[in-house]
Design a protein. Structure first.
Length: 102
């Protein structure tokens, strides 16, 4: 479902992501194809962002929380190690789930 689209000056919402529907609404085949490609790219980006968010929560955030705890307890060396591990986890996640437009 395409949340919103403007066709011939009309703002349409919740339009089925179907080439035939888009063409019936007034788009030519090339424009309808472009709209669908962009729509699918946006869906893929949202999917990847969700995967990244989950991975950050599970893999990097615990290291950063540990760094905060160790810093509060005066263990600056331990905090730096945990922070470094968190940053390494972030880079690993970014490599595993690259954003399409990045």
């Amino acid at each position: 479902m395409i949340k919103s689209i403007q066709i011939k000056g009309c703002n349409l919402v919740n339009v089925p992501a179907d080439i035939n529907v888009l063409m019936e609404l007034g788009l030519n085949a090339a424009d309808a194809t472009n709209v669908l490609e962009e729509h699918h790219a946006q869906l893929k980006t949202k999917e990847i962002e969700a995967l990244r968010k989950s991975a950050f929560t599970k893999l990097s955030d615990p290291h950063f929380l540990e760094a905060i705890r160790k810093e509060a307890m005066g263990d600056t060396a331990g905090a730096e190690e945990a922070r470094k591990a968190g940053l390494e986890a972030v880079e690993s996640i970014k490599e595993r789930y690259p954003l399409p437009n990045a």
